[in-house]
Write a protein that binds this ligand. Structure first.
Ligand SMILES: NC(=O)c1ccc[n+]([C@@H]2O[C@H](COP(=O)([O-])OP(=O)(O)OC[C@H]3O[C@@H](n4cnc5c(N)ncnc54)[C@H](O)[C@@H]3O)[C@@H](O)[C@H]2O)c1
Length: 317
C-alpha cells in the first residue's frame, strides 16, 4: 500500500502551505502545523488562491478543489499534527536548532512507523535526528510551487530503510510527480546545485561585467530556456554533437574563479528595500502590483506552459 491516508506538514510557510495542498489534492487527510498563528492564517489564504488558479486553468474541478481544501486542518501543536500520521513532512525554517527540536518532537509523538520527510534545501539533516527516526527518515525536497513543479529529490540518510524511500517514490509517481532518487546524501541534489552554479555566474556577470539583469534573463529565456525544458542539458549535447562538446570543454574561454559569498549588486538592491516580488520591486519594478497578483499570474503562465509541454510529450517527440 503506497498511499498515505494521514499526513502532517510541520511549518506553514512558503513551502508548507503548498505541500499541504499537494498532499490534499492527492487525497490525503492533512494536518498543517505552525508555531505562528499568523503563518497558519496566511497559509490558508494562499491555499485558497492556489486552488482558484488551478481551477481557472482547468487543472482541477471546483468540487475537487473544495474537497482538497476541506482535507487540510490547521493546528498549532506538533503533537496534534503528528498523531496517527503515516507521513510527517518537516518544512520549518532552514535552521539546524529549530529542525533538531522538531525532530525530537516527532520522535516523541509520531507513530513508531511514520515516515519522516524533510524538505531541507541544503542541510544534511540526518545528524540532527534522534536515533529512533533514522531508519524511516528521508529528504523529500520540492521546488516552488510544488503544486505545479513536479520534481521531488528523494535522498536517504545513512540508515534509511530503502522501503521508506520505495514508498515515497511510488506514492509521488502515482500522483503524477517526478521523483528522482539518490543513493546517498548529495549536497544540493542536482537541480539546486545547477541553480547555484548558474547563480554564481550570474552574479559575476552583474557585478564584474556590468551586464544588465534584462540581458541576462533574455539570454536565458530566449536562448537556453526552451531547449533545457525539452531536452535537458545532456539530451541537448547529443544534438550539438559530443565532439563539439569535448572541444568546448578543452577550448573554454575562461576558467571561472571560485564564487564569492556576497554580491555588491544584491547588497545594493537589498539596501534600497528591493527584496523582490514581496516588496513590489527587486531586479525589476512590478508597477505597484500585489505579490498575490504576481504569484497568480506566474502560476497561470506556468500551468499554460505545462499544458503545452504535456501535449508535446504526448506526441512522443
Ligand atoms: N522557499 C523555497 O523556495 C524552498 C524550496 C525548497 C525547499 N525549501 C525548504 O523548505 C523549508 C521551509 O522553507 P520556507 O521557504 O517554506 O520557509 P518559511 O520561512 O516561509 O516558512 C517556515 C515556517 O516554519 C515555521 N516554524 C518555525 N519554527 C517552527 C517550529 N518549531 N514548528 C513549526 N513551525 C515552525 C515558521 O513560523 C514559518 O511559517 C526550509 O528547510 C527550506 O530550505 C524552501
Amino acid at each position: 500500500m503506497s498511499a498515505f491516508s494521514t499526513v502532517a506538514v510541520l511549518g506553514a510557510g512558503t513551502m508548507g502551505h503548498a505541500l499541504a495542498l499537494v498532499h490534499a489534492l492527492a487525497g490525503c487527510s492533512v494536518r498543517l502545523q505552525d508555531v505562528r498563528p499568523e503563518a497558519l492564517e496566511r497559509a490558508f489564504g494562499l491555499i485558497e488562491a492556489a486552488l482558484d488558479t488551478l481551477v481557472a486553468a482547468g487543472e482541477i474541478g471546483r468540487e475537487a478543489a473544495a474537497a482538497a481544501a476541506a482535507r487540510i486542518a490547521p493546528t498549532a501543536r506538533l503533537e496534534a499534527a503528528v498523531e496517527g500520521a503515516e507521513l510527517v513532512i518537516e518544512t520549518v525554517v532552514e535552521d539546524r536548532a529549530v529542525k533538531r527540536e522538531v525532530y525530537t518532537g516527532i520522535a516523541a509523538a509520531a507513530p513508531a512507523e511514520a515516515i519522516v520527510a524533510s524538505n531541507t534545501s541544503y542541510l544534511d539533516v540526518f545528524p540532527l535526528m534522534p536515533e529512533v527516526l533514522q531508519r524511516r527518515a528521508a529528504i523529500a525536497h520540492w521546488y516552488t510551487p510544488p503544486y505545479i513543479l513536479d520534481l521531488v529529490d528523494l535522498v536517504p540518510g545513512p540508515a534509511t530503510d530503502p522501503a521508506a524511500l520505495d514508498r515515497l517514490e511510488a506514492f509521488y509517481r502515482a500522483i503524477g510527480k517526478r521523483p528522482v532518487r539518490f543513493s546517498r546524501m548529495l549536497q544540493g541534489y542536482v537541480a539546486n546545485r545547477l541553480q547555484a552554479a548558474i547563480g554564481a555566474e550570474i552574479f559575476r556577470l552583474l557585478d564584474e561585467e556590468g551586464i544588465e539583469p534584462a540581458v541576462i534573463d533574455e539570454s536565458i529565456r530566449h536562448g537556453l530556456g526552451l531547449r533545457l525544458l525539452l531536452q535537458g542539458q545532456l539530451g541537448k549535447a547529443d544534438y550539438t554533437g559530443l565532439e563539439l562538446v569535448a572541444k568546448a570543454l578543452a577550448n573554454r574561454t575562461y576558467t571561472p574563479p571560485p564564487p564569492r559569498d556576497r554580491s555588491p549588486t544584491l547588497d545594493r538592491l537589498l539596501g534600497e528595500g528591493r527584496s523582490g516580488v514581496m516588496a513590489g520591486r527587486g531586479f525589476y519594478d512590478y508597477g505597484g502590483r500585489s505579490a498575490a497578483a504576481l504569484f497568480r499570474e506566474r502560476d497561470r503562465k506556468l500551468l499554460a506552459l505545462k499544458r503545452a509541454w504535456r501535449a508535446i510529450e504526448g506526441e512522443g517527440a
